[in-house]
Design a binder for this molecule. Structure first.
Ligand code: HEM
Length: 179
């Protein structure tokens, strides 16, 4: 029987996963919305992206204080290294993508509407700066999503082929036992 992550780690894992999917899709489709909705879509993208940044910092802090449960003995040394590298890169990109997003937004001459208060535009719109930044932001976000897809594929492999029940580690108690 695999040991599980604690409840806070699970909550952070699943909420960040959903928020990344939402903000990635909003980022990709922002130009497909009618012009009248553009500001609201970009602002939602930004607020969700900033929430990811904050939650990722909380998650890293939580992980330092609450070490993840050990992997089962059956996991090969190669899989252990792959999982360490993959997870490390995902944490890095969960910080890098939103951090690059901040100057991308500012050099577009945009502010942020936080609902209760708003941050006005701080910088003059400068296409020669925001264009390469947007490209970098996009490439880094593709890398993040590709890694996340690899992570999901690995979870499916462990579930359907290796049958080692690894996915249970990130599932709340009481969820169906499958291995
Ligand atoms: C993990 C979090 C994030 C992901 C996965 C993400 C992903 C993306 C993607 C895929 C695009 C489309 C790029 C293109 O097609 O050119 C985009 C655009 C953009 N992102 Fe993000 N982003 C994130 C966080 C942020 C944050 C925190 C900010 C700002 C504080 C931000 C600001 C922007 C801006 C200004 C654009 C350009 C929107 C436009 O076309 O007007 N992003 N993002």
């Amino acid at each position: 029987m695999n040991e599980r992550y604690d409840g806070i780690a699970m909550l952070l894992h699943w909420s960040i996963a959903v928020l990344i999917a939402v903000t990635f899709l909003l980022g990709l489709t922002v130009d497909d919305f009618p012009k009248a909705y553009e500001d609201a879509v970009v602002n939602t993208h930004v607020l969700v992206g900033l929430a990811i940044l904050v939650l990722t910092l909380v998650r890293i802090g939580w992980r330092i204080v609450h070490r993840p449960p050990p992997l089962p003995q059956t996991i090969t040394p190669l899989s252990r290294v792959a999982s360490k590298v993959g997870h490390g890169l995902m944490y890095l990109l969960m910080l890098v993508v939103p951090v690059i997003g901040i100057p991308t937004l500012l050099y577009r001459g945009r502010g942020i509407d936080f609902g209760l208060f708003a941050m006005p535009p701080l910088v003059q719109r400068t296409p020669e700066i925001f264009r390469p930044l947007t490209e970098l932001h996009e490439i880094a976000s593709y890398a993040l999503v590709l890694l996340a897809l690899g992570h999901i594929a690995a979870a499916f492999y462990h579930q359907a082929i290796a049958h080692d029940g690894l996915i249970q580690r990130m599932m709340p108690k009481g969820s169906r036992k499958t291995a």
